[in-house]
Design a protein around this ligand. Sequence first.
Ligand code: PSU
Ligand code: MN
Length: 302
Amino acid sequence: MTRSPYLWVAPSVDEALAAGRPVVALESTIISHGMPHPHNVETALRVEADILEAGAVPATVAVLDGMLRIGIGHDDIERLGSDRTVVKVSRRDLGVAIAGRLPGGTTVAATMIGAAMAGIEVFATGGIGGVHRGAAETFDISADLQELARTNVAVVCAGVKSILDIGRTLEYLETQGVPVIGYRTSEMPAFYAAASGFPVAHRLDSAADIAAVLEVRREMGLVGGVVIANPIPSEHAMDPDVMERAIAGALDDAAAHGVIGKDTTPYLLGRMAELTGADSLTANIALVRSNARLAAGIAAAG
Ligand code: PSU
Ligand code: MN
């Protein structure tokens, strides 16, 4: 298969794919816009190490030097985490960022595009984007959801943050034909909390069972991604009342500052981190690592 001249795949990733060994894609907006420095960089490196320890090859995706890069180096991760000029790159931004040689952290949507182009089927992150609260007025629905409808990558996440409208996010995914599989749960996890009260369509209890679903979908040529919703490990879950208060505060502040468009999610994440402090950061790191290990297990079972 000839690859796009704008796609660069690290040799470690290329070799693993060619040999049929497990590979897990990772996004980089979480590094550039999702967590404060230096925790963002430390976490990204820790998660790569977790994937290697679990027997898979990590492939962190980003836009650098006019290329969509699959499997960036440690220096690149440090740069994405510390350079404030790094842009957030979703599907719509890819062409502009690559042609303009802008450094970019890729969202779930843009990372799925890169993973699919390279031939990677499993991707781990913290939380996916979704339907924002108040979307009936603002139309603010993450491009991640449309990407899940059209691109064949399985995304392991801890559900969606309750800064979003979890019920409407699930309705949107249902309409788009995207299966949401709860890993050892029948409820959609809410990122910092293991449960949201919203049921998921499917529950599976092993990485092998999930890999079997991915194989059926691949063999049938079904178009689109899969959400694998993995609840935060219970010892790191946070008090829902504390989180609800912080979310209400963050949403009020966003409205007061007139934050719209692509700035909304990073703004809300930043305010949530300020309002909830170290506990939410610890929880965030724990759930990303847990998702990475599950993703490696699914990739290895595939
Ligand atoms: N949720 C998080 N952390 C994140 C993001 C979402 O808890 O870092 C990032 C992901 O990269 C996701 C993006 O793809 O935000 C969604 O942004 P938007 O809502 O603008 O599509
Ligand atoms: Mn948006």
